[in-house]
Design a protein around this ligand. Structure first.
Ligand SMILES: *Cc1c(COP(=O)(O)O)cnc(C)c1O
Length: 389
């Protein structure tokens, strides 16, 4: 089976983890600082705080902005459940903004309309979390303009988008946002096994994120109530968590970051080859926003089901049976039973629902060979054209 995504680990990565294992620190050591510095430098943000996964990163990001019970967070239905769930961990209510039908990213017009209505009802969100789906940046300039008007904070869910470009910078530099979150799960672009990071321009937020990942404790006298009692002394100044990344993970991450440009270049080359090879099939290929350049975590295709004359399920099953590890991203979050119980229902976000019903993600990962890609194209063509006949 050719998977839809997988990690690319080389001998340098293995050596980096072994070296960390033999070092004095396997957690809370210097490998964390080195990894944070490597990511911060690469994306062009002054601060980066590494944690145990991106779900934890979203949680501490939202907490650091003060998101709590009585507040609202808005995201899109076309995301992994973690983007929404992390707001529920904070006790906040979650609501959604539909996606645009062409890019599958947050629809800025829909956001503007929903904000105007929310202002009239006194129900504005405290935080909006746009998702850079498949590796392509949302229209952050427009979302920033709305944030300035309506006073919400912005957390970018960039789990798919390390290495992506937007306007004149990298996703993660936080030019248009308060915080940006990346994931290092093995299917993502860079991996630490499990891992996540939050980047920011704001030193106070960075400090608070560092405290929140480590039980809400500090050793900084300027953050304490009263004086320090000595070199052993720390204070717990708020309720935090143990969301620390280990030095083994950070050492792997720092080693992987040396190859990020090659990973992204390979993904872009594979995506360009799919664009060409699939152009005449009964598909809608992913539309690209001219303001940026996707890092291509995913290559999501839309099946023209009316032309094909069969269901998405039949095509999916045939591809899997032919050894093509297709997947579907994403089941609209508002249709999950947990969110239906909170009042959402089919029809609430029609673009996300329509997109989901036709969506398949085909294999795309840096270590994919040309012949594996040719195999995907051949099996997909065969399956779609057989269906159409
Ligand atoms: C993978 C992913 C997450 C969660 O990342 P973990 O590191 O697995 O916790 C969050 N949001 C999106 C969009 C993702 O794809």
């Amino acid at each position: 089976m050719i998977p839809y995504g997988r990690q690319d680990i080389d001998e340098d990565d293995v050596a980096a983890v072994v070296a960390a294992l033999r070092s004095d620190f396997i957690t809370q050591g210097p490998a964390i600082d080195a990894f944070e510095a490597a990511v911060a430098r690469y994306v062009g943000a002054p601060h980066a705080v590494a944690v145990c996964n991106a779900t934890a990163a979203l949680h501490v990001a939202y907490l650091s902005l003060g998101l709590s019970a009585g507040d609202r967070l808005w995201t899109v239905p076309n995301t992994f459940v973690a983007t929404a769930n992390a707001a529920r961990f904070c006790g906040a209510e979650v609501d959604f903004v539909d996606i645009a039908g062409d890019t599958y990213l947050m629809d800025v017009e829909a956001l503007a309309g929903k904000l105007a209505q929310a202002r009239r009802h006194g129900r504005l969100p405290k935080v909006v979390a746009p998702v850079h789906f498949a590796g392509q940046s949302c229209d952050m300039r427009a979302i920033r303009a709305l944030a300035d008007d309506y006073g919400f904070k912005i957390v970018e869910d960039a789990a798919h988008a390390i290495g992506a470009d937007y306007l004149d910078g990298k996703v993660g530099d936080c030019r248009f946002s308060d915080l940006c979150v990346f994931s290092f799960h093995p299917v993502k672009i860079v991996t630490t096994g499990e891992g996540g990071i939050v980047t920011t321009k704001d030193p106070a937020l960075a400090k608070r994120l560092g405290e929140l990942r480590s039980h809400g404790t500090t050793r900084d006298p300027s953050r304490m109530d009263g004086p320090s009692e000595g070199p052993w002394y720390y204070q717990q100044i708020e309720l935090g968590l143990n969301y620390r990344m280990t030095d083994l993970q950070a050492a792997l991450g720092a080693s992987q970051m040396k190859r990020i440009d090659a990973f992204v270049a390979r993904r872009r080359a594979l995506a360009a080859r799919y664009d060409e090879a699939l152009a005449t099939l009964p598909l809608v290929l992913p539309a690209q926003n001219p303001d940026g350049r996707s890092a291509f975590h995913l290559y999501p295709i839309q099946l023209r089901l009316e032309t094909i004359g069969r269901t998405r399920r039949e095509i999916f099953d045939r591809l899997r049976a032919a050894g093509i590890g297709v997947n579907v991203h994403y089941i609209p979050v508002h249709l999950q039973p947990y969110y239906r119980r909170r009042g959402f229902k089919p029809g609430d976000f029609p673009q996300s629902e329509r997109y989901y019903e036709r969506a398949i993600s085909i294999p795309l990962f840096a270590a994919m060979t040309d012949s594996e890609q040719s195999e995907v194209v051949a099996r997909l063509s065969e399956t779609l054209l057989a269906q159409a006949a």
